[in-house]
Design a protein around this ligand. Structure first.
Ligand code: SF4
Length: 333
């Protein structure tokens, strides 16, 4: 098998608390691979650590533990020069298209700045490159000399995406890139992400709370709860049959266009997500889990489940899941 484009192993990011309280374990032991050209969705409730995970992978936060490899290179061991070279290959699209663009820069300046920083192209060629980028995101030459305040939210996000594409990256980390946009605009930007991935062979790490969007954009989905991944599966399999009790609860909230259509059985959740400074013992989901009582000897309260390969039925496709309950049709390991 070829080397994954991105390898994340046991990655953790803990933030110190004030007043002698326990650290905030925003991300705590996350591992996954992302192949070249693959799109992986990262979902979970607000505060589950998705954005911190993305920032730690990108090197915007120093990890408390664990490693990130990009195309086989350990990011923790890179010199400044090597980091700059890697940065070209992994770019980010931020949530807020209003805050992520400098209001004093024209579109031309925004799109050519990464090329100047990396010493790419001559000045005239940079202008042509900016025009090509605008064309790729559905804008035109008439937008080149305008400033961010002259654009709508959707257009600004298009400019943010064009800037992220300027250096021809292989990986785009998209941190809730739709959540600040009007619903009517979101569908257009989703289609743009689909089109750009096909055209440029991009890999996506796509963070979103809209599960319908993730289904459309992602080959696989990782579900996070309180800083850890609790389930990873192919999108098709996960949406057809969510496995982990938390995934089932989360997915039961997806709006269904046809109310008579079958949908995953909703498991009612108790209470709120725990404070990450006071992580529950054992399985962190146990205070809310509707199935914890099915596991004998209060094991869910005592022992955290490992992320293990599972099948929902004997002949079904493999997925990984962290739960003491073995799916039907599969003996517990
Ligand atoms: Fe629920 Fe126990 Fe599974 Fe955690 S390990 S998800 S508490 S059944």
């Amino acid at each position: 098998m070829s080397t994954p484009l991105l390898e994340v192993r046991d990655l953790a990011k803990h933030f110190p608390s004030r007043g002698g309280q326990a650290d905030v374990q925003a991300v705590d032991g996350v591992s996954f691979d992302l192949r070249a050209g693959e799109s992986l969705g990262l979902v979970g409730e607000s505060g589950c650590g998705k954005s911190t995970l993305a920032r730690t992978i990108l090197g915007l936060e120093a990890p408390s533990r664990g490693t990130v490899h990009f195309d086989g290179q350990s990011l923790g061991e890179l010199s400044r020069k090597s980091w700059k070279a890697i940065r070209r290959r992994m770019q980010v699209v931020f949530q807020d298209p209003f805050a992520s663009l400098d209001p004093r820069q024209s579109v031309l300046s925004i799109l050519t700045e990464p090329l100047v920083i990396h010493g790419l192209f001559k000045p005239r060629e940079r202008r042509l490159r900016a025009l090509a980028l605008l064309d790729a995101v559905g804008l035109g030459a008439q937008h080149l000399h305008r400033f961010p305040h002259e654009f709508s939210g959707g257009q600004r996000q298009r400019i943010g995406i064009a800037r992220a594409l300027a250096l021809e990256p292989e990986l785009l980390v998209c941190d809730e890139p739709l959540s600040a946009l009007d619903v009517s605009i979101q569908a257009q930007i989703v289609n743009l992400f689909v089109e750009l991935r096909q055209r440029f062979g991009l890999a996506y790490l796509f963070i979103a709370h809209d599960l319908a969007v993730v289904r459309k954009l992602c080959d696989r989905v990782a579900v996070m709860y309180l800083g850890r991944i609790v389930e990873i599966a192919e999108s098709e399999d996960l949406y057809a049959e969510p496995g982990h009790p938390y995934t089932r609860a989360l997915f039961s909230a997806i709006p269904v266009p046809d109310p008579r259509a079958p949908r995953p059985r909703a498991a009612g959740l108790r209470g709120e997500v725990a404070d990450p400074r006071e992580r529950p013992t054992g399985c962190a989901f146990h205070p809310r889990c509707p199935r914890a009582e099915e596991v004998p000897e209060a094991r869910c309260r005592r022992e955290g489940p490992a992320l293990l390969p599972r099948r929902m039925n004997a002949n079904g496709p493999a997925r990984t899941m962290a739960c003491h309950l073995a799916p039907a049709g599969q003996a517990e390991r």
